[in-house]
Design a binder for this molecule. Structure first.
Ligand code: PLP
Length: 294
């Protein structure tokens, strides 16, 4: 959905002692052009972002999203974000969200070519209605990511653990999944290890335990997965990060793609083979994910 709120941020140095950043914010007309044509985010996808789920005006897991924004900035050699400034900008965007589900996006770009500073902005928009996907589930296909599970360590310049704006490959994978008659994709390393979906983390239930691919293998560490694992552990369930061969998905008792806005979408089929779903468990997971979380 189109943004209904946009705020341009004049990024503060990460050690700025100021505690009120109102003067660094400019409210934009979200329908009007706002970026320079020399913006490196649009020319090269050179920047990072976060998508934060908002439920009835409450932004979810802000600390985890800010932590990942700072991690992505460090991986991309972007100036460290001032987390207090971003938190205030998120507060302004959340105040512009009404009842129901919304999404706040944080964008930190390398800036304008030859310009002096990064560009930063925040938007708010009404979220798409994901209720059908959460109940009915999604059919996925496994797709080769073309890199082995050691690539993240061997080639850090691939920025595999950063949430960069370069999502053209992720979007192409979803289109390929549609061409193959599925709704979404699950990336697999060239040596057969489960990774993540183009816009979500993968969680499997197997032998009564909840497992997710280890974050070191070049995937994004999902805020939704972290939050859900904490919740499941509090309920007494066993959770673990594991190196999972692709066959583990086909043999799982249940599996989900989880992310900040779609929340938990149960996987109903993998490469055309039906997977059993646990509707009651999925509903309780989504109830938790829709509750206010900090
Ligand atoms: N992995 C990728 C590649 C993503 O793009 C996303 C979210 O957009 C996730 C995982 C899930 O992250 P989160 O739960 O923080 O939304």
């Amino acid at each position: 959905m189109a943004a209904h709120f946009a705020l341009l941020i004049d990024p503060a140095a990460s050690d700025d002692a100021c505690d009120d950043f109102a003067a660094t914010f400019t409210v934009l007309d979200p329908a009007a052009p706002a970026l320079s044509v020399s913006e490196l985010s649009t020319q090269r996808g050179d920047g990072i972002f976060e998508s934060i789920g908002v439920v009835d005006g409450h932004p979810q897991e802000v600390a985890a999203h800010l932590e990942r924004l700072a991690h992505s900035a460090a991986l991309c050699d972007l100036p460290a974000p001032h987390l207090g400034q971003w938190r205030q900008a998120i507060g302004r965007a959340a105040a512009a969200c009404g009842a129901g589900e919304s999404v706040i996006k944080l964008i930190l770009s390398r800036g304008v070519e030859h310009g002096p500073a990064p560009t930063a902005w925040v938007t708010a928009a009404t979220a798409a209605d994901n209720s059908a996907v959460r109940e009915r589930g999604i059919r996925v296909v496994t797709l080769d990511r073309g890199i082995d599970s050691g690539a993240a360590d061997r080639a850090p310049w691939l920025l595999l653990g950063a949430k960069t704006l370069s999502y053209a490959v992720n979007m192409a994978a979803i289109r390929e999944a549609h061409r193959r008659g599925a709704d979404d994709a699950v990336f697999v390393s060239s040596d057969g290890i489960l990774l993540e979906a183009p816009t979500a983390s993968l969680i499997l239930k197997k032998d009564g335990r909840f497992v997710t691919p280890a974050a070191g293998s070049g995937i994004l560490h999902g805020t939704t997965q972290i939050s859900l694992f904490e919740h499941l552990a509090q309920l007494g369930h066993s959770t673990a990060y594991e190196t999972l061969p692709v066959e583990a998905l086909m043999r799982a008792d249940a599996a989900w793609l989880v992310s900040s806005v779609r929340l938990a979408a149960p996987i109903s089929a993998v490469d055309g083979v039906e997977l059993s779903a646990d509707s009651a468990l999925t509903a309780s997971i989504n109830d938790y994910l829709l509750s206010p979380r900090d």
